[in-house]
Design a protein around this ligand. Structure first.
Ligand code: FES
Ligand SMILES: [Fe+2]
Length: 407
């Protein structure tokens, strides 16, 4: 301790939250973009939106915009929405369907609005209004390629040249929900005045849930059970739900509390809802048919991430995708999709009730934390036991920092 009663940095580093500059340094944010965020998977759309040649979707995140298109060979291609001539965006995303991020009409090629260069569905330059003739460099020109990867009916893009096995494994976790047949029941983008890591840290622990999320606590009784150290009742609820799931022919996936590689992290856990709740709704009743006809998820939930840019929460009749989009060092967009079956019969407000409410509560907490960690008086503090996943994330991020940031 120094004479002001603060821990010295060396002590704080052992088991504590990140140092302040991790959240506030623009230099670190730029490095994150260049060496970390560019390789991470982003959710683009459901597979049914890009299943046929000429169909495409666009995903915007921060300064980046990426097109995923299905070509004549039925292959998915991902490329930067940046013309190779002078950089203009090929697709103006403000004209796309705001709910799905897709365009209903199909294209044979992408034509730049500026000087009308044309690219095929694989991203290859096919015409520069005759300029390419006789210019070998231009004849081989193509849009900057990224990777498109599909799993469990969801389409992702990322900057890794090879497919991520962790994305493939999503099939075992969410495959029974037939997400390729779902539609966007609601979508809302939340601006958050905070560094993206504070959002992720918040989403990785529920120790803050009891004092902050009454609606979530009413749906997920484990929050009050854990708060009261009432493990026997939690175990009973969990056992009942799992027995119900198995009786329908579906076994919840084995929990993975947190796995990581230097590239990204993932986890998946399942849990029961409060007794009597069929789904995570105000009344506890379902709002529509079971996703993929999987009745086993009734009364329970799956929660996981292809972190740190995508979290998901699945209930029997809807799935919520939380797409975390770092914008600047101090601003993050959280783009939320509520996915339902085409036969969904509930209304949007009921569908959005739980997570719209909970996310707004989280935004307050995270923005207040961003203000706090920006203070010269902020010192990293110790994690508590229930913050184990947040602690694992900060260790993962510190490994990235050690490898990439000159201190
Ligand atoms: S900027 Fe695209 S054709 Fe000129
Ligand atoms: Fe929260």
């Amino acid at each position: 301790m120094n004479n002001l009663g603060f821990q010295h940095d060396d002590e704080a580093k052992k088991v504590s939250s990140l140092v302040g500059s991790s959240y506030t340094s623009d230099a670190i944010f730029q490095l994150e973009k260049q060496t970390l965020l560019r390789y991470l998977p982003h959710f683009v759309c459901t597979a049914n939106k890009v299943a046929e040649p000429g169909q495409y979707a666009v995903c915007d995140s921060g300064t980046e915009s990426v097109i995923v298109a299905c070509d004549e060979d039925n292959q998915l291609n991902a490329f930067a929405n940046v013309c190779r001539h002078r950089g203009t965006r090929l697709i103006d995303t403000s004209t796309l369907d705001g709910n799905a991020g897709t365009e209903p009409k199909r294209l044979k090629c992408f034509t730049c609005p500026y000087h009308a260069w044309r690219y095929d569905l694989k991203g290859k330059l096919i015409s520069a209004r005759q300029e390419e003739q006789g210019n070998p460099a231009m004849q081989n020109m193509r849009l900057r390629a990224l990777s498109a990867q599909e799993s469990a009916g969801l389409v992702f893009y990322h900057g890794n040249p090879v497919h991520y096995p962790q994305i493939e494994q999503l099939e075992q976790i969410l495959g029974s929900l037939a997400l390729e047949n779902t539609v966007v029941g609601a979508r809302k983008t939340y601006p958050v005045k905070a560094n993206w890591k504070l959002w992720v840290e918040n989403f990785l622990e529920c120790w803050h849930c009891a004092p902050n999320h009454p609606e979530l606590s009413s749906v997920k009784r484990f929050i009050s059970q854990f708060e009261a150290n009432d493990l026997p009742h939690y175990m009973q609820d969990d056992k009942s739900w799992r027995e119900h799931a198995i009786s329908t022919g579906w076994t919840p996936p084995v929990d993975n509390e947190f796995s990581s590689t230097p590239q990204f992290f993932n986890f998946n856990v399942s849990m029961p809802l409060a007794e009597g709740k069929k789904s995570a709704t105000k009344t506890g009743e379902r709002l529509g048919p079971a996703l993929g006809g999987n009745e086993g998820l009734q009364g329970g939930a799956l929660f996981g991430a292809l972190g740190p840019q995508l979290f998901y929460m699945a209930y029997v009749d809807y799935l919520v995708l939380f797409s975390v989009k770092p914008h600047t060092v101090g601003e993050t967009f959280v783009d939320i999709f509520w996915m339902v079956t085409p036969e969904f019969s509930g209304n949007k407000e009921d569908l959005m009730w739980l997570w719209d409410t909970t996310v707004q509560q989280d935004i307050f907490l995270v923005e207040q934390t961003h203000l706090g960690v920006s203070s010269m008086h902020y010192m990293p503090g110790p994690f508590c036991a229930d913050e184990y996943r947040t602690e694992a994330f900060t260790a993962w991020w510190n490994d990235w920092k050690q490898a990439n940031v000159d201190v």
